[in-house]
Write a protein that binds this ligand. Sequence first.
Ligand code: IPM
Ligand code: MN
Length: 365
Amino acid sequence: MSVRVTILPGDGIGTEVMDAAVAVMEHMAVCFQVDFQSTTRLAGGVSIDDCGVPITDETLQACLDADVVLLGAIGGPRWDDLPHDQKPERALLKLREALGLFTNLRPVKVYDSLVEASTLKPEVVTGIDLLVVRELTGGIYFGEPRGYDRERGWNTLVYTRPEVERIARVAFDLAAKRRGHVTNVHKANILESSQFWREVVQEVHREYPSITLSEMYVDNAAMQLVRDPGQFDVIVTQNMFGDILSDAAAMISGSLGMLPSASLGARHALYESVHGSAPDIAGQNKANPLAMIASVGMMFTTTLDLPQAARVLDRAIDRTLADDFRTADIATTDSTVVSTDQMRDRIIEAFDEEYDRYRHSGSGG
Ligand code: IPM
Ligand code: MN
């Protein structure tokens, strides 16, 4: 199988975690016979420095032409004072819009070996496995009119029926492959757009009799996520609520450095770590590459339809953590603290061992 990949390392630690993830990806490619044709481009602050814009039309085209896009991280204080529409973050929003990436999947899984790394109590986070399904191309992020003057600032929160229906279907379809439960998060007690959202999701739910649906207001959902995250299987929500809740949910796993994500559209897919560019540790070979590596895992499952490869990778990550090899963000007093590069090497070694086991077991199981 031949796959065209456009790689956008971005800013700060983005380049470091991307180097590690691409090395793992190329290693997996050999085992699972995938021929990656990759090309690397600038996006974010580095593109502003080099080309004067967060993302060039040429780079956007390279993403449109690819089967999949990998993105490291974007942004940094150096570019914070630029006008709104010239900030590095615009690159991400443009990509989401141009590629039609309306679904954002942010799985939160707590590896047993990392239970101690969370700031929450072990009994709260043990075994957590939940999925945030965030609508990514609508809502207040994209609504018109928008703007501000000296006296007022305004944005528009609007959702259309097709937008809500398609994200609801994604959530119900994914729940069917998981534990069969969807929590619909909104603010229907206050916002008309949320009343509409709730009604449409309930209508779509009628097509999915085997899935249970609960309704939850977003303020309560934020509280429940830290109080008892075990009650959630799939959370479906609008763009901005999903942005906020997924950061909160990330901390269940101990570090933002652990969280992968997939942004999917009808024809395109982009995989990226949830964490930012971490300018404070950039260039020091300290960043945790596991989120980006796990994002490559999501690519194997979702775009390449090779879930067995992703499972081997997942076991390799689990094993490495269990052996107590940790980057600084997830280290405990017993850990061997490793650099970004060393973590990459450990994962590749563990992958080989797990791949051997997978081949000899003769199944994907
Ligand atoms: C995210 C980020 C982005 C968002 C920013 C950088 C545009 O916070 O992917 O969660 O708000 O969607
Ligand atoms: Mn965010």
